[in-house]
Design a protein around this ligand. Structure first.
Ligand SMILES: [Zn+2]
Length: 133
């Protein structure tokens, strides 16, 4: 589990051309990285770029307990969904301010995505936090 940061893009990097269709939709299914639970079916989300801060991946119960000392990543590439019923499976953390984080509905690892209570039609799933198959 001691992964070094790799600069070569041969593996591990998000290759957009294999993930994003000509109209900007997801070509592949979006899956949980830990348990493989299906989050989105192909063609259901729109590729979008937006800077969002997501805390480091952990179990649901600890996501909201570390306020003030959040370590995490600013992620810029996401799948955008405008309706929560578009998801095959997804869970949410409790509110963190105006934010809810998306988590895997099965194993509850997350956050895999981001949702703001001020915008009911925007659910973001970070490409780097999910698998594509
Ligand atoms: Zn899972």
């Amino acid at each position: 589990m001691d992964n070094q940061e790799q600069c070569s893009c041969s593996e591990g990097c998000v290759d957009r051309s294999t993930l994003v269709s000509g109209v900007g939709k997801n070509i592949k299914s979006v899956l949980c990285q830990r348990c493989g639970s299906k989050v989105l079916c192909p063609g259901m989300a729109v590729f979008t770029e937006k800077e969002l801060f997501l805390p480091s991946m952990r179990k649901k119960t600890t996501i909201t307990q570390s306020e003030g000392s959040l370590d995490g990543d600013t992620l810029t590439t996401h799948w955008l969904v405008d309706d929560m019923y578009t998801f095959e499976n997804v869970g949410f953390t409790k509110d963190v301010g105006r934010i809810k984080y998306l988590i895997c509905a099965d194993c509850e690892i997350g956050p895999i995505g981001w949702h703001c209570l001020d915008d009911k039609k925007s659910f973001y799933v970070a490409l780097e936090r999910v698998n594509h198959a």
